[in-house]
Design a protein around this ligand. Structure first.
Ligand code: NG1
Length: 370
């Protein structure tokens, strides 16, 4: 007998370091945050899933071809479950849908778990992460598993160091005198649009770099040398081989040459910065965390080409207001930036970041889905 109603709440995330490393199976260090999406789900006996949102207009129906753009991830969740039981979903929350804070993964995780719980099936953490990752890839972005993993596994007060090959995770306590301030760049980075192709170009470019380094499977995380070794042996640009352009859903159509040397340099140096930020947080060395944030932003803006004028403005504003360092967080192409600051300087950093697009807040390391 199905339960009549369930409520599931999933947090957004701010990635502290390890940007564009997860799909190369290299580590990441995100936190879950206090801003959340909540799904109130009610069983229906008509076999149809419907959804409405407090934030967006229009409604979703699983038997309709004409659904609003915001419901793409509801559709993805229903599809991965092959749901045959009906439900009505009411979505609400305070997680900005502007890209970079993982609203897509929070929504996907919350919908998958609420639909399973309605049919009295409580998924294991591993199973929930796997379903949510596959659902999102089915929606067209060939992402890694960082967002879904931290959204499911995070604990309050802690960052989560995540490894993918082999899979492992461990908590990293956030010192009480350290604040993470986030600010909006003024431009959305929703991956349904042009940003999806720009993101997938990085995935295919990293695979191509790994292939040229002789790795099989073509995953940069399998490279055993240093970033310098890789960079020295790679050409500046390469056309991705046909087989590496296959995605979970469809194919990456563009066959222009990709800047594989610069992509590999970013990914392999960023992976080292994950170890270094983890060590600096454990040592309470906020200046070291800040310098590593700055180096990450320079690499993402230069080699990886995912920053924007708005993100650069946020990073500069934060540093000028006394932050120890700042960087874009998430995929880039718009969205949000994160600054690390001593707690006593965080009000000034917050005010400075809010001047860019009017939206900033202190991100509090929070618990995962519940
Ligand atoms: P956001 O910021 O949510 O678009 C994306 C990917 C992550 C990771 C980051 C970049 C998804 C669901 N998320 O995050 O896996 O690759 O970019 O570090 O694809």
């Amino acid at each position: 007998m199905a339960s009549a109603t369930v409520t599931v709440s999933a947090p957004g995330r701010v990635n502290l370091i390890g940007e564009h490393t997860d799909y190369s199976l290299l580590p990441v260090l995100p936190i879950a945050i206090q801003r959340r999406i909540t799904v109130h789900a009610q069983a229906c006996d008509n076999g149809i899933v419907t959804a409405v949102s407090d934030t967006f207009a229009g409604s979703f129906r699983s038997d309709s071809e004409d659904n609003p753009a915001w419901s793409r991830y509801v559709h993805a969740a229903v599809k991965i479950l092959g749901s045959r039981s009906g439900a009505h979903l009411h979505l609400e929350g305070d997680l900005p849908p502007t890209g970079g804070l993982s609203s897509s993964s929070a929504l996907t995780v919350a919908v998958v778990r609420s639909l399973l719980e309605l049919s009295d099936s409580r998924p294991s953490d591993d199973h929930l992460i796997d379903l949510a990752v596959r659902a999102e890839r089915g929606a067209g972005v060939e992402g890694g598993a960082m967002d879904q993993t931290v959204i499911v596994r995070a604990q309050a007060g802690e960052a989560l160091r995540i490894d993918f090959d082999p899979p492992a995770h461990r908590p990293v306590a956030v010192p009480p005198d350290v604040a993470f301030v986030v600010g909006y760049s003024g431009a959305p980075a929703q991956k349904g649009d042009e940003a999806r192709d720009r993101y997938n170009a990085r995935v295919v470019g990293c695979r191509t770099a790994a292939h040229l380094l002789g790795l099989d499977p073509p995953i940069l995380g399998r490279f055993s040398g240093t970033a310098k070794d890789a960079v020295e042996s790679l050409p500046d640009e390469a056309v991705p081989p046909e087989g590496l352009r296959l995605l979970s859903e469809g194919r990456f159509e563009d066959s222009s040459p990709l800047p594989v040397k610069a992509y590999a340099r970013h990914v392999l140096t960023e992976a080292v910065r994950v170890d270094d930020v983890e060590a600096a947080l454990r040592a309470g060395d906020i200046d070291a965390v800040g310098s590593l944030f700055d180096a990450s932003h320079a690499s993402l803006a230069g080699d990886f080409g995912v920053s924007t004028p708005g993100l650069d403005a946020l990073v500069s504003a934060a540093r000028e207001a006394g932050a120890s360092g700042a960087r874009l967080t998430g995929a880039g192409f718009g969205g949000w930036a994160v600054a690390v600051s001593p707690v006593d300087r965080s009000p000034g950093v917050l005010a400075a970041m809010a001047t860019v697009a009017g939206e900033a807040f202190v991100a509090i390391p929070s618990e995962g889905v519940r």
